[in-house]
Design a protein around this ligand. Sequence first.
Ligand code: NA7
Length: 537
Amino acid sequence: DTPAPLGRVDAVVVGAGFAGLYMLYRLRRLGLSVRVYEAGGGVGGTWYWNRYPGARCDITSMDYSYSFSPELQQEWTWTERYATQPEILRYLEHVADRFELRAHIQLRTRVTAAAFDEAADRWVIRTDDGASVSAGFLIMATGCLSAAKVPDIEGLEAFGGERYHTSHWPHGGVDFTGKRVGVIGTGSSGVQVIPAIAEQAARLFVFQRTPCFSVPARNAPLEAAHESWMKANYAEHRQRARETRAGVIMDVDPRSALEVPPEERERAYQARWEQGGTGFLATFSDVMRSREANETAAEFVRSRIRATVRDPAVAEALSPRGYPLGTRRLCVDTGYYETFNRENVTLVDVKASPIEEITKTGLRTRSAEYTLDSLVFATGFDAMTGALTRIELRGRGGEPLAARWADGPRTYLGVAVAGFPNLFTITGPGSPSVFSNAIVSIEQHVEWIADCIAYLRERGFACIEATAEAEEGWVAHANEVAGGTLYPLASSWYVGANIPGKPRVLMPYAGGVGAYRKRCEAVAAQGYEGFSLSRAG
Ligand code: NA7
């Protein structure tokens, strides 16, 4: 078994989704030789893999797109308020072509391991085709929600029907006509796939463990007037978005939900409900800050569920209780609650009667057995850390990242890890990432990393590494910010609660993208404060 020759590039980028494509573009503009490895058979990342029916972004399309190229944002036309998966994928394919990125991307290649060579100040990266490459910089554009999770349910392998995970959907699509289908999971993927499957399948059983809060998307064709207004004001609009908490401009009512008379409060929630989308969270300034204020919003959603779902017992089972609204990601749906009025749809409460086994012919809960032709797992991801720790990343002294993070991820600014020089994590744990419009966070990280690499090269530095003290300080700060929010009150993937044994830490940084960006800019302006920089040899 002769090892393949070791190629050399200036940088390796792992992943060709929104983050990897833009990182490649920026590094090429600096004149670096770059290789991007992408496990998928095409570019697109999340939008390549999540092909389930109903898959759609829950950030409006004109905001969920790159801002780095004024020409691109002028020439591209989105068709709907919220873009579907195929449309976003087409957009990313267009970006790869338009900026001539494809020549640097190696598809169908998974990075399996990477080790830092301390003598050379370089990374040696191994791929599943048996090849190795040496790179000065290693940039992980592996996504926050890319390591799929299938629960370890007894009998899983015995199932005789077809099995799917929403994020590994077959490319040719699936025809559920005439089938008895089970969906496990009612998070963002579940609320999108359930109405779509219900329209096709003969019977649909929804196995729900934790009910979600969902608001209507009110999706619609993009209005020409809105599009031209946005295009005329894009630069300013994008700049304002970058300065917000979540990377999207929200019209936050500055009042407390508790200072407003109940009828007026109800009208305000109703108005946001009619508008659709996550702007619902901005109905009052303290919805995400005060438990009591939050409960008024939560109760409003429950009242909408009761008004929509005809069977009161089903409505009650769909009504979330016991965690604040928004502390598990708020879902955005099209016809989710209405789906439970259909004759062919049955909600199965697997909190009340847990799933005991998957059998050859279906699924058995403690109290009943369901015969199924197909089983769909909408069971989520080992979020934020999974894609990183599934690769054997070894830093100084050969220490694996997974071991380093055994008690929870520790980073400096969510972009670097002490002991892992010349490694950057785009939207890594400890950065706002999933608490924001991902594209705003991705662009900020990519630009910061590209500027950092340019700085190093201009000054003859071969190596940059976060100091242990800086990392410690950032972790402490992020934890302090987290402690001031409602997020720790819910068992969510934000805190790793969906993965057995995963330490409970709020992984995204809750301080907001605007403040975070300022902090990153200040770090750079101080000559990369909190990092040690060294020359070759
Ligand atoms: P989520 O939001 O993690 O949802 C996964 C769902 O699957 C959730 O309802 C889980 O219930 C359920 N689940 C997971 N394991 C089981 C078992 N063993 N039995 C029953 N139910 C189970 O993933 P999504 O893909 O929907 O969304 C992830 C993010 O992608 C989303 O937030 C957007 O940012 C995009 P549980 O809550 O664990 O009781």
